[in-house]
Write a protein that binds this ligand. Structure first.
Ligand code: ADP
Ligand code: MG
Length: 559
């Protein structure tokens, strides 16, 4: 029997977790139940879509067993189980998906809400266990295996006997200590309340043997104890519950439970639509950006359920690219379970749902902007760029949806402002919405080109993101007002006096300019007198419609 070591980072995290004083050790149960539920989802889906698999809904459940004599807690499921290879790859490395790309060491050292932030799942068991044993048999396989670990030392895997497919997890509880009473995790009532708190809406029955008492006989005062198996969760999925019964915390728990993110969602929307298409949906706007958000790896999509059964983890067709940060789920009775990815794309029901979701998300963001500016800015800080990409892509087709959600830093307000706010402040004689593009606010502030516009008392929007100018160019105008770069040749500002002075200066210094041009040679096209500079001696400009910043970006793009 070979001893295997955990991967290095797993080991470190395990140590931190086991040794940290984690305030809510009880969440280990939520993690194990959630895994059991995921495993049943997988087999349930397979059975429903594959006629060759015998299927009886009563066969799918989770069971919790407390053995006080041996101080062992068991979590049993009849899910899909694991092969030997799956045991290795799923339980040998923590957070293989990369959720463990933690930002800084200090966050880890506190051991502060590690589960919440990194979703270490299965390993949470070690917060309460001296040893964890997993006995599992994969569906359709004929061998079962036993995985065992006492924490950081590594784990062993060996063949084992198990009749049915599924997984059993044995938690050998730690001895009670000064900071924690581990016996509580053997107490029926305590276990029931933990399940109620975190796992009530799990769609499969979570069963437990519950001790009850009854009169010994019909007219006796004497009571006897007996044990009865009970289902302790209500099994109604959160999205089918009445909105008025749910608290913000319920939605946050669901968000975590479904692995939508390690942050707290900024906002949620619960849709219960009962029209021509019937569906329930819960949508979340996350607070922080997933680490891979602006990369090719990031996959957008909402969970798709057909009448309570998960049929797709990430249905991309439900979300437009500009709202790809939205997390959540859609459940519809009107969708077929067997629907294929290709068919989904052309499914009219789904298209209508997607359209409605686009509208809803827009509304949610507008509400956030209106009612909670600070939260909106947090959101914008993470996902604002995506909105701007959205304006730019599809030739501006999403302009109407997105334009009121954009924000840019303002020269006069010294904060992010919306285009609507800008336009409402425009002076009577101001012809354009002015912007200046540059690497940073500081750099833009020092741009000589801003002087003339600022001198007139006009507000300037600072474009520090490469996409800004592209998005605005695609938009063309906002509420009938055109955008104009402060570097543009035509600022729409009356320059008669400046023109005359410039002509005079040009004549008087012709020799100097010729000399400068000959020294700079083909590095510049022309050296001439500026009509816009106030206190700066010199500035660079471009001739065409493209600004210097845009030109830089374009030059950086691969051909
Ligand atoms: P996550 O649930 O986020 O994937 P976990 O650490 O909770 O992370 O679990 C790791 C993996 O181990 C799961 O993705 C799953 O493949 C496997 N696993 C854990 N528990 C079970 C179980 N009861 N049945 C089948 N597979 C399981
Ligand atoms: Mg899990």
């Amino acid at each position: 029997m070979a001893e295997k070591q955990f991967k290095a980072e797993s080991k470190r995290l395990l140590e931190l977790m086991i040794n940290s004083i984690y305030s809510q050790r009880e969440v280990f149960l939520r993690e194990l139940i959630s895994n059991a539920s995921d495993a049943i989802d997988k087999i349930y889906y397979k059975a429903l879509t594959d006629d060759s698999i015998q299927f009886n809904p009563a066969d799918y459940y989770i069971k919790i067993e407390a053995d006080k004599d041996n101080r062992t807690l068991k979590v049993i499921d009849t899910g899909i189980g694991m092969t030997k290879e799956e045991l290795e790859s799923n339980l040998g490395v923590i957070a293989k998906s990369g959720s463990l790309s933690f930002k800084n060491e200090n966050e880890m050292k506190d051991g502060h809400d590690i589960i919440g932030q990194f979703g270490v799942g299965f390993y949470a068991a070690f917060m309460v266990a001296d040893a964890v044993t997993v006995i599992t048999k994969a569906h359709g396989g004929d061998e079962a295996f036993k995985w065992e670990s006492q924490g950081t030392d590594g784990y062993t895997i060996e063949p084992h006997e198990k009749a049915e497919a599924g997984t059993e997890i044995y938690i050998k509880l730690k001895e009670n200590s000064e900071d924690e009473d581990y016996d509580q995790y053997l107490d029926e009532q305590r276990l029931q309340s933990i399940v109620k708190k975190y796992s009530d809406f799990i769609r499969y029955p979570i069963k437990m043997d519950v001790t009850k008492s009854k009169p010994k006989d019909d007219d006796s005062d004497e009571y006897v104890d007996y044990v009865e198996e009970e289902t302790i969760n209500s099994m109604v999925p959160i999205w089918k519950k009445n909105k008025s019964e749910l608290t913000d915390e319920d939605y946050e728990t669901f968000y975590k439970e479904q692995h939508f993110g390690h942050d707290k969602p900024l906002k949620h929307a619960h849709l219960q639509v009962d029209g021509t298409i019937r569906y329930n949906a819960i949508l979340f706007i996350p607070e922080t950006m997933p680490f891979d958000y602006y990369t090719q790896e990031y996959e957008k999509g909402l969970q798709l359920y057909s009448n309570g059964v998960l049929i797709m983890e990430k249905c991309a067709d439900l979300l437009p690219d500009h709202f790809s940060f939205v997390k959540g789920m859609v459940d519809s009775e009107d969708l077929s379970l067997n629907i294929s990815r290709e068919m989904l794309q052309h499914d009219r029901q789904l298209q209508l749902i997607a359209k409605n979701i686009n509208k809803k998300v827009k509304q949610q963001l507008e509400q956030l902007l209106k009612n909670d500016r600070e939260k909106y800015e947090t959101f914008y800080d993470s996902f604002g760029r995506q909105l701007k990409f959205g304006v730019y892509s599809d030739f501006g087709a999403n302009k109407e949806t997105l334009q009121d959600l954009l924000m840019f830093y303002s020269s006069t307000e010294k904060k992010l402002v919306t285009l609507d706010e800008y336009v409402s402040r425009m002076k009577d004689d101001q012809p354009y919405i002015y912007y200046a593009a540059g690497e940073s606010r500081d750099r833009i502030e020092k741009l000589p080109q801003t002087e003339l516009v600022a001198d007139k008392g006009y507000e300037i929007l600072y474009f520090t993101d490469e996409v800004d100018e592209f998005a605005i160019t695609m938009m063309m105008n906002y509420k009938g007002k055109e955008f104009r770069s402060v570097s543009s040749g035509d600022l729409g500002i009356d320059l008669d006096e400046e023109n005359q002075q410039a002509d005079e200066a040009a004549d008087a210094n012709k020799a100097l300019f010729d000399e400068m041009k000959s020294i700079l040679s083909d590095k510049v096209k022309e050296v001439r007198v500026s009509k816009r500079l106030k206190s700066h001696p010199v500035c660079l400009t471009t001739d065409g419609d493209i600004s210097l910043e845009m030109e830089k970006t374009l030059n950086m793009m691969p051909n």
